[in-house]
Structures are given as structure tokens and as C-alpha cells.
Unconditional design. Structure first.
Length: 345
């Protein structure tokens, strides 16, 4: 099968995408597939480009902002559809992060040119990327989530949440631009930090408690894991630097709470109209209630990433996980083609 791995991009999570792509490419080639790698900024990489960019480790900090802005001006966008490596692929395997990669834009382009791809469609991707909309859908479907307001907010609205607070960009991942604020005087600076990454800022009640995560594969919850970071929050450095966090799969939870987290993960996955796979993150509040923080439609696939660990704890090794994601995408494409043929008749 001809698989094109779409990766890179001009988001602050560019290095994370490349690190995940390095694992995916090795896994798919190990399964006998013909794999090409395309960076959504620079196009097809080739052997030299792969050797340069597909590095399995991620730095402690994201790439420099000036470098990313220059890359953003070169982002291929709709021109991806003109690349034979994309248009002629049997399947596009998405290893992208950030708004353009996860927010539905690339997904819509691939829909238009009829190339099957891994993961959620344009609508589900956009809903999950917008944390405000995602939390509204969580609430509507009975998934507990911390109270929040969108900035700008009145002092009374902010005070109603209580301190400490989490101030973060609404449509960015990897905890980029996130600040824990402990008193009113810190709000403005935290908002300014978040605005460096997004034009919309979420102010959310901070939940002190155990941090849990669970993968969802083909509408089925995988193993629940617990994250114990060295920092107060599971930030960029803790996520991508070996040794900066302990990740325990399966989490040390009694059967009933573990089952509740898994059930809520699937409910959140469905509420956002996601498909194939996702990773859903929670914190346990003081009462032991799982509070859903967010759902990730293209979760990390680096050597330290959580979805592969959740799958492995459920008995699914990484190459088999990649193969399953391909199979789900192709199965969906075959079903769609059969429907189109039936309509034409």
C-alpha cells in the first residue's frame, strides 16, 4: 500500500509531529508498506530530508516563534493537493498537530481530492480543537468538565471560578501558552502569554488532583493511564523530555472508577463526532469525579506519547496500532465508494 505520512507543519508542535512521524514511518515500512513523507511546509522530504527531520526526540521547548512565522508563510495549504505524493496515495497517515493540522483544514482538503486519511473528519477535528465548543458538548452529554469562561470576562465571572485558575489558548495543544494563575493580579499577564499562540483564550477552574488519560480506538476505550509530572502541570517539557514525568499504564485505580473514566472517554469521543481514535484527558477532583479537560484527535505518537502506551497496556503494540488506523480509514473509504456507486445506479 502507498502511504503518505503528512507531518511537520508550521505550528509550535512541529518537532512533536516529526518525532511521531519517525515512529510511524518505521512501523509502516516494517509492515511492508511503501511510505513517503510530506512536510506540509516543505513538501516531500526524500531520504536526506527524512534523515534530517525525522528525529525521534523532542526538545525541552518548542521551536522559535520567528522561525515558525517564516515557515507559516511557506505553508503549502491547498497546494498540498497538487503534490503527486498526496494525490496518488492510497492513504494519508496524519501525524500533525496545531490548528491547521488538527483543526479540520487538512482533513477537508483530503476529502475534496478523495484521498482516504487517518482520524477524524473536518467537523469533529474542528470541534475538538476549539476547547470552548468541546466543553459545551461535554456538558450537554453529561461529561463533567471544569467550569470556565472565555476571555474577555468580567471580574465577577473570573472570581466565580475560584483560584487557582488555568489560563490557556482555546485552540492549541501541548499546554503551549498555558499558565496557572493563583491570584487576580496574574490574569492579564497570563492572557498575554496565551494570546501569543491563539486569538481566543480560555479561563478555567484549576482541578488539583490525579491526572488521567485514556485512548479510544474504534469507539472502544483502551487502558486508563496516570501521569505524574515533575512540574505542577503536565507541560511541554514534562510531555516530551524523558524522565520528566512518570506515566503509569494501567493506572492504579479500583475497577469501578477506572470503568467510569473509560465510559466518559467514549462519551466525550462521540459527543465531538470523532472517529477511529482519540485520547481523552481527565483530572480527578476532590470528590473523586473525573473532570474532562480535553479530547485530542491526533494525539502524539512519539516514543513517550500516551496513546501508544494506552494501546500497549491493552495488548496492542505500536506497529499493530498504526496498521489498525490505516485499516479503519480504508474501510470507511470503501464504504463511501459503495454508497456512491449505489447512488449512481
Amino acid at each position: 500500500m502507498r502511504v503518505t505520512v503528512l507531518t511537520g507543519g508550521a505550528s509550535p508542535e512541529r518537532d512533536v509531529a516529526f518525532a511521531g512521524a519517525a515512529q510511524v514511518v518505521a512501523a509502516l515500512r516494517g509492515r511492508g508498506h511503501d511510505v513517503t513523507v510530506v512536510d506540509t511546509v516543505n513538501g516531500a522530504l526524500g531520504p536526506a530530508g527524512e534523515a534530517r527531520d525525522l528525529v525521534p526526540s523532542v526538545g525541552r521547548t518548542p521551536p522559535d516563534g520567528d522561525v515558525l512565522r517564516a515557515m507559516a508563510e511557506r505553508e503549502l495549504g491547498p497546494r498540498l493537493a497538487d503534490l503527486p505524493e498526496v494525490r496518488q496515495a492510497d492513504l494519508a497517515f496524519l501525524v500533525l498537530h496545531g490548528r491547521l493540522g488538527e483543526g479540520g483544514t487538512v482533513q477537508a482538503l483530503l476529502e475534496l481530492i478523495g484521498v482516504p486519511y487517518t482520524g477524524s473528519g473536518p467537523l469533529g477535528s474542528a470541534l475538538a480543537m476549539d476547547k470552548d465548543m468541546a466543553k459545551r458538548l461535554f456538558r450537554a452529554t453529561g461529561v463533567p468538565t471544569p467550569d470556565w469562561v472565555l476571555w474577555p470576562a468580567t471580574p465577577r465571572e473570573v472570581a466565580s471560578l475560584g483560584y487557582p485558575l488555568v489560563v490557556k489558548p482555546s485552540k492549541v495543544g501541548s499546554t503551549l501558552g498555558l499558565t496557572v494563575v493563583r491570584e487576580p493580579g496574574g490574569i492579564e499577564a497570563a492572557v498575554e502569554t496565551a494570546l501569543q499562540f491563539d486569538d481566543e483564550v480560555l479561563v478555567e477552574r484549576f482541578v488539583a488532583g490525579r491526572e488521567l488519560t485514556v485512548g479510544v480506538l474504534s469507539d472502544r476505550a483502551l487502558a486508563v493511564g496516570e501521569i505524574i509530572p515533575q512540574h505542577e502541570i503536565f507541560d511541554y517539557e514534562c510531555k516530551y523530555t524523558p524522565g520528566m514525568s512518570r506515566e503509569i499504564f494501567p493506572a492504579d485505580l479500583p475497577p469501578e472508577p477506572a470503568a467510569r473514566v473509560r465510559q466518559l472517554a467514549v462519551t466525550a469521543h462521540r459527543a465531538l463526532k470523532l472517529r477511529d481514535f482519540s485520547r481523552v484527558d481527565f483530572r480527578l477532583d476532590a470528590a473523586g469525579t473525573p473532570q474532562c479537560l480535553e479530547a485530542n484527535t491526533l494525539p502524539g505518537l512519539t516514543p513517550t506519547s500516551l496513546l501508544p502506551q494506552s494501546a500497549a497496556a491493552a495488548g496492542i503494540e505500536f506497529p499493530a496500532l498504526c496498521e489498525t488506523l490505516c485499516e479503519l480509514a480504508l474501510r470507511r473509504s470503501d464504504s463511501r465508494n459503495k454508497v456512491q456507486v449505489a447512488v449512481k445506479k
